[in-house]
Design a protein around this ligand. Structure first.
Ligand SMILES: NC(=O)c1ccc[n+]([C@@H]2O[C@H](COP(=O)([O-])OP(=O)(O)OC[C@H]3O[C@@H](n4cnc5c(N)ncnc54)[C@H](O)[C@@H]3O)[C@@H](O)[C@H]2O)c1
Length: 438
C-alpha cells in the first residue's frame, strides 16, 4: 500500500498520523518543549496542567497583549522556575523555538491559522474549541492535521470528564430506551445592554494583530479579554461557545453521524439592535437562539438565552436525552441524573468530578494527549471527531443569518441546494492573511 493511501485509511479510522517522527519510549524521561499561543484565561489553565504533568517544559509564550504575556510568564516562573521566552508574533515563536507541543487558546477567529502554522512547524497541537470560526476553516484544520502526521487534541474536555464518560455509557447501554429527541441548552443571565464607547487600544495591545484575518472593529474594552465571544467577527456567540461542547456529546453518543437539515431562529429582543458607529458599539450575537438539527433517527434542539435566569431552574446547562424508558440529563456541575418513566422507579444520579477553579477536566485531557503522542493513537477529542461536531454550531449560525433551513451533505461536507448558504461556509480574510486551503 502506498504511504499516502495508508495515511488516508488510518485517518479515516480515527488515527490522524502514522510513521511520524514521534517521541519514543526512550525519550519519555525528558520533557516536551511546549509553547502557548494565546496567554489569556483559558490558555493559562491549560498551561498549568501541562506543567503539573511533569512532562512539559514551557519554553515560550505568545500573545499580542504584553500584559497577558507578562502575567502568564510569571505564572510559569512561579510554578516551574522556568522563564519562557515571550513573543508577540506566534510565527516567530514557531520558527525560533521549534516547540514539540503547541497549546492554542486564542479567540476563535485565530484557531485555524494558529493550528495550521503550528502543524507545519512540526508540533503536536492542543487547540481550544471550536475548531474554526467558519466551516471551511475547520475543514482546513482537519486537512492540515491529516497531512501533518501529528496529534491534534481539541479542548473538548467533556469527552473525558468522568460523569460524561459514565453518563454516555449509561445512555449507550440502552438504559434510557430508544431516544427520539435530544434537547441541549445553556441558560445564563445578562439582560439588556448599553453601548460601550470606542477607544484607542491600550499601549500594551497590538489591536491590528489581535483582529488578524478578521475585520478590524474599533477597539472597546467589551471585546478584550473574553468579551469577543459576543461579536460575530471573532466568534459565534453562545451557540458557537457552549454549543460546541454539547453538540459534541450528541455526536459522541451517535458515533459521529451528522444531521441532514438544520434550522435556527433567534434574535436580540433584550440586548437590542446591534450598534456600531464612530463613537460606540454593542455586541451583535443573538441573545437567544433555538436551533433544530434533524438527524436520521432523532431530532436535536439547541436553545440558549442570556436573560431570564431562574435560580429555581434545576438544570441550566447541559443536555436532556428523551428515551422510551426515561429522561437522562447530562449537565456540567450538576453531574448526570436519570428520571425513569416507570412509576416508583428510582431516580439515579452521579455527581460531577471537576477540577477547580473553573470546573473542567483538562488534567485528564492533557494526560490523554501525551499518551496519544507516545502510543501513536488518536486522542479522545481528536480533530477528526471535534471537526464533525464543531461545524454544527457554525451551520446553525448560517441558518440563523439567512432565516431559512439548510441541507447538509455530510459526506461532501457542504451545504447543498443553496449557493448563498454555501458561500457562508467561508468568509473573506483581511490582508495580508490568506484563507486556508481545504
Ligand atoms: N474548553 C473549555 O471549556 C473552554 C473554556 C474557556 C475558554 N475556552 C476557549 O479558549 C480560548 C480562549 O478563551 P479565553 O476566555 O481565554 O479568551 P481571552 O480573551 O481571555 O484570551 C485570549 C488571548 O489570546 C490573545 N490573542 C489574540 N490574538 C492572538 C494572536 N494572534 N497571537 C497570540 N495571542 C493572541 C489575546 O490577547 C488574549 O490574551 C477560546 O477559544 C475559548 O473558546 C475553552
Amino acid at each position: 500500500m502506498k504511504r499516502r493511501t495508508f495515511l488516508r485509511n488510518s485517518t479515516l479510522m480515527g488515527a490522524a498520523f502514522a510513521g511520524a517522527p514521534f517521541i519514543r519510549a526512550a525519550d519519555i524521561a525528558r520533557k516536551y518543549r511546549t509553547a502557548l499561543i494565546g496567554s489569556g484565561w483559558w490558555g493559562k489553565n491549560i498551561l498549568k496542567e501541562a506543567m503539573a504533568s511533569g512532562r512539559c517544559q514551557v519554553v515560550a509564550l505568545s500573545d499580542v497583549d504584553a500584559n497577558a504575556l507578562e502575567v502568564a510568564g510569571e505564572q510559569v516562573n512561579d510554578l516551574s522556575g522556568n522563564t519562557p521566552k515571550p513573543y508577540r508574533d506566534y510565527r516567530e515563536l514557531l520558527a525560533k523555538e521549534k516547540p514539540e507541543i503547541v497549546i492554542i487558546a486564542t479567540p476563535d477567529h485565530w484557531h485555524a491559522l494558529n493550528t495550521i502554522d503550528s502543524l507545519k512547524a512540526g508540533a503536536h497541537v492542543f487547540v481550544e474549541k471550536p475548531t474554526g470560526h467558519t466551516v471551511n476553516e475547520s475543514r482546513a484544520m482537519l486537512k492540515a492535521a491529516r497531512e501533518s502526521e501529528r496529534v491534534v487534541q481539541v479542548g473538548l474536555h467533556r469527552r473525558i470528564g468522568p460523569h460524561h464518560v459514565s453518563g454516555m455509557k449509561f445512555l449507550k447501554s440502552g438504559a434510557v430506551g430508544d431516544v427520539g429527541m435530544v434537547r441541549l441548552f445553556a441558560h445564563g443571565g445578562g439582560g439588556g445592554e448599553q453601548p460601550a464607547p470606542n477607544e484607542e487600544p491600550p499601549a500594551n495591545l497590538d489591536w491590528d494583530f489581535w483582529c488578524g484575518p478578521a475585520p478590524k472593529r474599533p477597539f472597546t474594552k467589551r471585546l478584550h479579554p473574553g468579551g469577543w465571544r459576543n461579536f460575530l467577527d471573532y466568534a459565534n456567540g453562545t451557540l458557537g461557545d457552549w454549543g460546541a461542547h454539547w453538540l459534541d456529546q450528541v455526536l459522541w453518543w451517535n458515533d459521529g453521524q451528522q444531521p441532514k437539515r438544520i434550522f435556527c431562529a433567534g434574535g436580540r429582543p433584550i440586548r437590542g439592535v446591534p450598534l456600531l458607529n464612530e463613537r460606540v458599539q454593542t455586541t451583535d450575537t443573538p441573545d437567544h437562539q433555538v436551533a433544530t438539527y434533524e438527524f436520521e433517527r432523532f431530532t436535536c434542539v439547541w436553545e440558549h438565552r442570556q436573560f431570564g435566569e431562574n435560580e429555581n431552574e434545576k438544570h441550566k446547562i447541559g443536555a436532556y436525552y428523551y428515551g422510551t424508558k426515561g429522561v437522562l440529563h447530562i449537565g456540567w456541575r450538576d453531574g448526570w441524573t436519570f428520571y425513569p418513566t416507570g412509576k416508583g422507579d428510582k431516580i439515579l444520579h452521579e455527581k460531577s468530578q471537576l477540577q477547580e477553579p473553573d470546573g473542567h477536566n483538562i488534567r485528564l485531557l492533557w494526560a490523554d494527549f501525551l499518551d496519544a503522542i507516545e502510543q501513536r493513537r488518536a486522542p479522545v477529542a481528536s480533530i477528526e471527531q471535534a471537526h464533525r461536531s464543531n461545524v454544527l454550531p457554525l451551520l446553525g449560525m448560517i441558518s440563523w443569518r439567512l432565516g431559512r433551513s439548510i441541507q447538509w451533505d455530510a459526506a461532501k461536507e457542504q451545504i447543498v441546494g443553496d449557493p448563498e448558504a454555501l458561500q457562508l461556509q467561508a468568509r473573506p480574510y483581511r490582508a495580508p492573511w490568506i484563507y486556508p486551503a481545504i
